[in-house]
Structures are given as C-alpha cells and as structure tokens.
Design a protein around this ligand. Sequence first.
Ligand code: A4P
Ligand code: MG
Length: 182
Amino acid sequence: MAESPSIGTGKAPAGSGPDAAPGRAGAHIAWIGLGANLGDALATLQAAVQDLTHADGIAAVTVSRFFRTAPVDSSGPPYLNAAARVLTTLDPLALLDTLQRIETTHGRERPYRNAPRTLDLDLLLFDDVVMDTPRLVIPHPRMHERGFVLAPLCDLDPSLRLPQGDVTSLLRACAAQDVVAL
Ligand code: A4P
Ligand code: MG
C-alpha cells in the first residue's frame, strides 16, 4: 500500500479499537471503495487516486493494492478493485458529492443498476457514523459480504472492524469469491 509522504494518519482508523476517534483535529477518517471494469481500469483507478489526493478537504490518502475480481451481481469483464483510507474535513454528503464528481470526470454512466462502469467510488465508512438516507447509506450495506471490498480493506488494515465483525474474518468467509491481488 502507498501513503502520501507528507501526512500520516496519526490515530486509529474508524472502527478500530475501543475509541475509534477521528484523526487530526477536525478531520474525519473515511474509507472509500474503488472499482472499474470498463476501459483502461488500471489507469482510471490510478487517476482517481490522484484526484482524491488533490480534492479539496481530503488529505493523507492511503491506497490498498489493486485486486482483479469477478463481477458480483454484475456483468462485463473482470473488475479491478481497491480501497482508500483518507482524512477529510468534509461531511459525509459533501464527500459523496466529491466522489460522484470524480466518477463523472472519468466517464461514469448509469444505464441500469450494477451496470459495468468506468469508475465506481463508494463511501464505505465515515468515522463511526451510521446513516440511512435515500442518498447515502453508511456503513455501506453490502460490503461485509463482498470479497472485492473486504480484500482491499484488509490490505489497508487487517484489524479494521465493521458492524458485522472484523474484516479478516469476514474476508475468510468470502474465500469462494474470485479476488486476486495484482
Ligand atoms: N448511495 C447510497 N449509499 C452510498 C454509499 N455509501 N456510497 C447512493 C456511494 N453511493 C451511495 O450508486 C447508486 C446510488 O447509491 C448513488 O446515487 C448514491 O446516492 P451508483 O454508484 O450510482 O451505482 P452502483 O455502484 O451500481 O450502486 P451500488 O448500490 O453502490 O452498487 P454496489 O452494491 O456497490 O455494487 N463486482 C465486482 N467484482 N466489483 C465491483 O466493484 N460493484 C458492484 C456495484 C457490483 N458488483 C461488483 C462491483
Ligand atoms: Mg457506487
């Protein structure tokens, strides 16, 4: 995994340990899932990481390895997936706005649910915030059963805890899913 050299995360990540405190003063820790299976997926994910690094209100972007994964409830070529941990001063909806802007920059279209895509950026966790609104649900409701999300999260932090358990155990339960690190 790679971390931007100038900024460390300092504190425990969201969901880790008994006091999952936010990072530096005023900053939140957010975990983002990245996926792509149309076009040059590797180049797009790398560019999206750069976009996150340069986005207003986002710092200290740490990225997992990239994984080749079989489509789950989706179609088209294999996906590339990764995850990023960031510090942000944005609130969850403003962060979602930023993620959707980056998706649009990279040609994301939504012809139908779970359609193949040039870029998908999902907000997985935001500190220990729980919210369920039409526009944003966090923690992401399906991540605990998806190897393509859990493997990158585990790569970033094997002790990370989701509401359903720790990522390492949850990933073990997804062993039948086709997820291979590049
Ligand atoms: N939305 C609600 N909560 C969130 C959140 N936590 N993060 C809303 C991001 N968006 C959230 O998302 C649809 C709407 O969900 C948005 O308008 C937003 O307001 P979308 O990105 O337009 O569409 P989507 O990604 O198809 O929907 P969704 O529900 O995120 O899909 P999933 O369940 O994440 O599945 N297989 C492999 N191997 N790799 C993949 O990356 N991805 C999917 C998408 C299916 N199969 C896959 C992969
Ligand atoms: Mg999405």
